[in-house]
Design a protein. Structure first.
Length: 180
């Protein structure tokens, strides 16, 4: 029995449902789905949620997730964004956010290629929103990379709320149309 067959009862309500009225069991359903669905299916569903008109814009959602992430998770996301927008833009955004970020901005502008978990902890979610906005314009597939990363962190994803979870599960339910 494949994962879609195992989850058919859980995903069926999401198959054609409006994301604006998610079932009251969306968080529990997402827990069940995240324990069984493969990473690529989870990532695809998350990408659907990030791109949906029914959810906040991708940069805002990423800023929220970033704010709830630990140091290594933050560094991973920042380094993914850095690979998309380059160190000059990241450095520029960080220098505008003041505080102790000027030295980090200088290191990145000087060619340092990676943000460490300790440095990532200093970066405010608002800066990540700015960087994500530019990264999405530069390369829309950044959403897919971020989705792939957060597919491994379903507890964080739950913080996006029932609408985003319902959209993600609707996307996963649609992976095998006609199953339900």
């Amino acid at each position: 029995m494949n994962w879609l067959e195992q989850l058919s009862g859980v995903l069926q309500p999401y198959s054609g449902a409006s994301p604006n009225q998610p079932p009251p069991t969306a968080e529990d359903d997402f827990d069940q789905v995240s324990n069984i669905a493969p990473r690529d299916a989870m990532a695809g569903g998350l990408a659907d949620a990030f791109r949906s008109d029914a959810t906040p814009p991708f940069p805002n959602m990423l800023g929220d997730l970033f704010g709830r992430s630990n140091g290594p998770q933050r560094a991973n996301i920042l380094n993914s964004l850095l690979a998309t927008v380059g160190p000059a833009l990241l450095s520029s955004v960080l220098s505008r956010h003041g505080g102790g970020l000027g030295s980090l901005a200088g290191m990145l502008g000087g060619g340092r290629a990676q943000v460490t978990p300790e440095q990532a902890q200093q970066i405010p979610p608002q800066a990540v929103e700015e960087i994500a906005r530019e990264a999405e314009k530069t390369d829309p597939t950044v959403i897919d990379r971020v989705s792939d990363f957060y597919a491994e962190h379903p507890t964080l994803v739950k913080s996006l709320g029932a609408v985003a979870l319902a959209i993600a599960m609707r996307g996963m339910a649609g992976q095998k149309r006609g199953m339900f």
